[in-house]
Write a protein that binds this ligand. Structure first.
Ligand SMILES: [Zn+2]
Length: 445
């Protein structure tokens, strides 16, 4: 299609073609020239899927600081940023009209440059470009282009957006923006829910009692590991999410902890570089369906498709087979278990769920976590729960203080597997002593 660039796009293209060193100015100059005071506008409640997924009854999430670009870029819907206490990452959402989409790379480059220039404390910006006509938040139609741009990779990214070289932390959709195959269900994992006939429930009770009493993998199910080992599994559901993933991975790296990420296939497809980061850093990657849908209402063929699509997506990124599966919402039937077993997947439940997605407050989260953490346990967190991110370092310290080693599901099932050909976690510095948690977000630029 022959598209006549608008003046705005011409300006963006020009900005993206400027020498990259222009973007790495002194912080004081940046603050004087390009930063307006940060504002924290209310989240637009009318946009479905803005946070994916949002369970009924969830309290309002903590307000996340937003950056305001000056001058404004009308394509930028929002720029949020968060810190894990060590690094700071922004997430920029961009929407483009169809005639502008042929310039999506140039726009993404201009946005990355502007965001990093606008806030000197940022270590990375994650850019997600969507079709403006169909944009429905993170859980809506997939983005057209995504990129993870650490500050020290900005020049590489800008070169790629200008058509030069390669950049491995970007993804470009090869299909038109279309509504998702299935809308994600508004459920999160809190309780394990078996659904079936009376006879099914009787059979399931025996099955599950065996798995719960004996521990380990029993008949394709895992509830917990052995209480004789000072190990517990750390698991994150619904990954990956831009902005959150670099922060979670950095926190785990600093603590020297490996975890299992139960991944939504469509998110993995649009942000494959975060899956690669997980694998390269020695974490384990599990299947959490392709669209984050409750499986009991689906036909056996559709259940198989949800699991197969996700396995194929993850194996295509990491080159490794997927071994573990967790059903969204904890909802399952005998058919769900058969489908998972048929694909060689062990279904993993949990023992410890502090309910981070409900935004109960960090003190409540800490109390729940402290009360339930045990040897052989399986801890369930969500990678995009802001309060989880805030208390994760304290979670890790509590486990350390109790001499419980947090690791992947694979290690919980097979103690000693932590030595099996994976990168050793590097503890960046000694764990600080237990202390009060800072519960205040920084909202100043
Ligand atoms: Zn989930």
């Amino acid at each position: 299609m022959n598209v006549r660039p608008t003046p705005l796009l011409l300006a963006l293209l020009l900005a993206a073609s400027l020498p990259a060193q222009a973007s790495v100015q002194k912080p004081t100059a940046l603050r004087a020239l390009q930063v307006t005071p940060a504002s924290v506008p209310a989240r637009p409640a009318s946009v479905p899927g803005q946070v994916q997924p949002v369970a009924p009854g969830t309290l309002a999430a903590p307000r996340i600081p937003q950056l305001t670009l000056d001058p404004n870029m009308p394509e930028v819907q929002k720029v949020e940023y968060l810190s894990n206490g060590h690094i700071e990452v922004a997430g920029a959402v961009v929407t483009l009209e169809q005639p502008e989409q042929s310039c999506a790379r140039a726009v993404a480059g201009a946005v990355a440059r502007r965001v990093l220039a606008a806030r000197a404390q940022l270590d990375e910006v994650d850019v997600s470009v969507y079709d403006k006509g169909t944009y429905g938040g993170f859980g809506g139609p997939s983005p057209l282009l995504t990129a993870s741009v650490p500050r020290d990779r900005l020049n590489d990214f800008l070169a790629w957006t200008a058509g030069q070289g390669t950049y491995e932390r970007a993804w470009v959709s090869t299909t038109p923006a279309t509504p998702p195959l299935r809308a994600p269900d508004r459920v999160r994992e809190l309780t394990v829910n078996f659904l079936g006939s009376v006879a099914d429930k009787a059979a399931d009770a025996v099955h599950h009692t065996t798995a719960k009493v004996l521990g380990g993998v029993q008949g394709g199910l895992l509830y917990h590991g052995s209480s004789r080992e000072s190990l517990a599994a750390l698991t994150f559901d619904d990954a990956p999410h831009p902005m959150y993933e670099p922060l979670v991975l950095d926190t785990l790296r600093r603590a020297g902890v490996h975890a299992t990420f139960f991944v939504i296939g469509r998110n993995a497809r649009a942000y494959p570089y975060f899956i690669r980061d997980m694998a390269e850093q020695g974490h384990e990657i599990g299947n959490h369906t392709f669209h984050h849908v409750r499986l009991p209402p689906l036909t056996p063929a559709d259940v198989k498709q949800e699991l197969t699509l996700t396995d194929q997506t993850l194996q295509g990124i990491t080159g490794k087979p997927v071994r573990y599966f967790r059903p969204p919402g904890g909802d399952y039937t005998p058919a769900t278990l058969r489908a998972a077993e048929g694909l060689g997947l062990t279904t993993v439940f949990w023992t410890d769920d502090p309910g981070d997605f409900q935004n109960p407050g960090v003190n409540v989260l800490l109390e729940r976590y402290t009360r339930t953490l045990r040897r052989g346990g399986v801890v369930l967190l969500h990678d995009n729960a802001p309060e989880m991110l805030q208390v994760l370092p304290m979670f890790l310290r509590i486990a350390d203080a109790r001499n419980i080693t947090l690791d992947t599901v694979g290690v919980l099932v097979k103690p000693g597997a932590q030595n099996d050909h994976r990168p050793a976690p590097t503890r960046a510095r000694p764990a600080p002593a237990l202390g009060p948690v800072d519960v205040t977000y920084t909202t100043q630029p």
